[in-house]
Ligand binder design. Structure first.
Ligand code: 1HE
Length: 263
């Protein structure tokens, strides 16, 4: 039996069937990510990894802003040393890795600003759903700082290095269809929570091992040389495509009791 979820101060957790709804709940500070908030994200998603009852996760936010990134006030007041902040960045990496590699599909229901470290957080989700209020930016350049929560890897992979450099140098904002077109989000809808819940509910019906392979395997493989990637793909397919759940589903296809693609 997995342990109970960890106590939460900056987020809430609501089970909705097999989907866990995680809400960023520091709206008064626009969900700015303090060091303690980052630790809480790590603990929560480490729990999600082992919580068998959770088959998919939706992350949403209270208030008008999804996430304003690094808690700039805390950062300013703490007068951190270079070494202090380097270690803090390593905790951000651990927390967002915990999301990306938790083995369950994590869907972001975005609204308002998704900026700086908020975009780094959203880039760790497997699917991002935007609404008409959502906008994306990397204001690090204008704040005199640099990304430290994984954007050089995750955001650069989503939009490409040239776009990321432009975003950081100029503070360029992406929103609406353009944000979809450049790869910052995959869906643009009126109600991002509604859509994210529908995606999560659908994904939750896949066998857990398949979801683990899809959500973790593809990211791992992306950072491998092609030769090693193909080797890893064969291993993942070997394990996933022979699991009992796939036997049942393939038998249903053969017996014509399974839905056809597109039905
Ligand atoms: C904050 C933060 C924050 C708001 N840290 N407290 N991120 C940024 O550069 C974004 C900074 N924030 C903004 O530009 C705006 O706040 C927003 C566009 C996101 C939202 O504007 P708005 O009008 O809805 O809210 P607000 O009035 O600006 O802020 C409400 C409160 O949230 C206010 O606190 P209050 O005590 O005066 O009420 C703000 O100070 C507080 N707040 N954003 C701390 N970020 C690992 S490296 C990652 C590097 C980065 O993330 S760089 C990007 C940083």
């Amino acid at each position: 039996m997995p342990a109970d979820p960890p106590p939460l101060e900056f987020m809430t957790l609501e089970p909705r069937g097999e989907v866990a709804i995680v809400t960023l709940a520091r709206a008064d500070k626009r969900n700015a990510l303090s060091a303690a908030f980052i630790e809480e994200i790590w603990r929560l998603f480490d729990w999600v990894r082992t919580a068998d009852a959770v088959r998919a996760v939706v992350v949403r936010a209270d208030g008008p802003v999804f996430c304003a990134g690094l808690d700039l006030v805390e950062h300013h007041l703490e007068e951190r040393s270079a070494s202090d902040f380097m270690h803090i960045c390593r905790r951000w990496h651990a927390a967002f890795d915990a999301i990306q590699y938790c083995g369950k599909p994590v869907i972001g229901a975005l609204n308002g600003a998704v900026v700086g470290g908020g975009l780094e957080l959203a880039a760790a989700f497997h699917i991002r759903v935007a609404d008409p209020t959502t906008f994306f930016a990397l204001p690090e350049g204008q704040r005199g700082i640099f990304t430290g929560g994984g954007a050089t890897v995750r955001v650069a992979r989503l939009v490409g290095e040239a776009r990321m450099i432009d975003m950081m140098l100029t503070g360029r904002i992406y929103r609406g269809q353009e944000a979809v077109d450049v790869g910052l989000c995959q869906y643009l809808v009126e109600d991002s929570l509604d859509k994210a819940l529908a995606i999560a509910a659908q994904a939750a019906t896949n066998p857990p091992l398949s979801n683990f392979a899809i959500t973790a395997g593809i990211h791992h493989i992306a950072s491998m040389p092609a030769h090693d990637a193909l080797f890893a793909e064969a291993f993942i397919a070997g394990v996933t495509n022979t699991q009992p759940a796939s036997h049942e589903r393939l038998a249903a296809f053969m017996n014509k009791t399974a839905a056809k693609v597109g039905q």
